[in-house]
Design a protein around this ligand. Structure first.
Ligand code: PAF
Length: 296
């Protein structure tokens, strides 16, 4: 497995792969790799001849410096995971490599970036769109694979690729969950046993909404009530948002859901005895599929 730290070297590697007629897949990550990332690597392998994983904790997508400092960086075990997944190259640039001294160029996707995560984390998607553009220019992939847990991020990237005409196919991969339903996340390592137990209400709330919708419920008010009943069972949870949105435009859905609708959740779990700011922020989502009118 090739270890690459500079943009120039990665571009040369990518040029050589392309010249040899090989299809390149990129899996962009911030490290702290878990089974969800492993699934992205496997998907990348299915879609291409060579796989490059980038590991870069991107400072410009963090709106809180404590969150950036706390972010886990287990590089050695990440490299082991990549080797185990048969990854061909790993790109681990330093901050100065992707943001050269005096950088002043940004990529911003406007409408799709505004609600949900964009509202809670100002500037987050500008940081994501900018770094992903830089990674595309460095790794020259034919295809890039992203997890659907960050559903809005995937929508922002699809929009960016369309608007800027990047010649990269974007592939989404379904959320990978623990056996009990908790969505895998690099932040889960910060949950103690009680927080982890209570974090399960997120996936249970999605299940409750899905049950209601497949049973014929279309009224937004009632679906969100089913969600609130589940979330209310976790006293350590502080809800950030629970919203129903159009899965492409991210427009808010009101009245009745007209068709497939994104249910997006974000919440902070408080440490039971910790200081008020000791929280772990988790997100989860599901696209709810109402039965067609003839099936109801
Ligand atoms: O999803 C992530 O891990 C990050 O947002 C990404 C896409 C690697 C950009 O830093």
């Amino acid at each position: 497995m090739r270890l690459v730290t500079t943009v120039g070297e990665l571009q040369m590697w990518a040029d050589a792969q392309r010249a040899a007629g090989r299809r390149i897949a990129l899996v962009p990550t911030m490290g702290a790799l878990h089974a969800g990332h492993r699934a992205l690597c496997d998907e990348a392998r299915r879609r291409a001849d060579v796989v490059v994983v980038s590991i870069f904790v991107n400072p410009t997508q963090f709106d809180q410096s404590a969150d950036l400092e706390q972010y886990p960086r287990p590089l050695e075990s990440d490299l082991e995971t990549c080797r185990g997944a048969g990854v061909d190259a790993v790109f681990t640039p330093g901050v100065g490599e992707l943001y050269p001294e005096g950088s002043q160029t940004w990529v911003e996707v406007t409408e799709v970036s505004r609600p949900l995560e964009g509202r809670s984390r100002p500037g987050h998607f500008r940081g994501v769109a900018t770094v992903v553009s830089k990674l595309f220019l460095a790794a020259k992939p034919h295809v890039a694979v992203f997890g659907e847990k960050d559903y809005q991020q995937l929508a922002v990237i699809r929009r960016m690729v369309r608007d800027l005409g990047f010649d990269v196919e974007i592939a989404g991969h379904p959320i990978v969950r623990e056996a009990d339903g908790l969505a895998l996340s690099s932040r889960n390592v910060h949950l103690d046993a009680e927080m982890r137990r209570q974090a399960l209400v997120l996936s249970r709330a999605l299940d409750a909404a899905e049950r209601a919708v497949s049973g014929g419920e279309r009224e937004v008010r009632r679906i969100l009530h089913a969600v609130a009943l589940e979330l209310g069972k976790a006293p350590l949870l502080e809800l950030d948002y629970a919203e129903l949105r159009d899965p492409e435009t991210f427009d808010v859905v009101s009245g009745e859901i007209p068709g497939p609708t994104l249910l997006a959740l974000a919440a902070r779990l408080r440490k039971p005895d910790g200081p008020p700011r000791a929280t772990v922020r988790l997100i989860d989502n599901r696209v709810l599929q109402p039965p067609t009118r003839s099936e109801e």
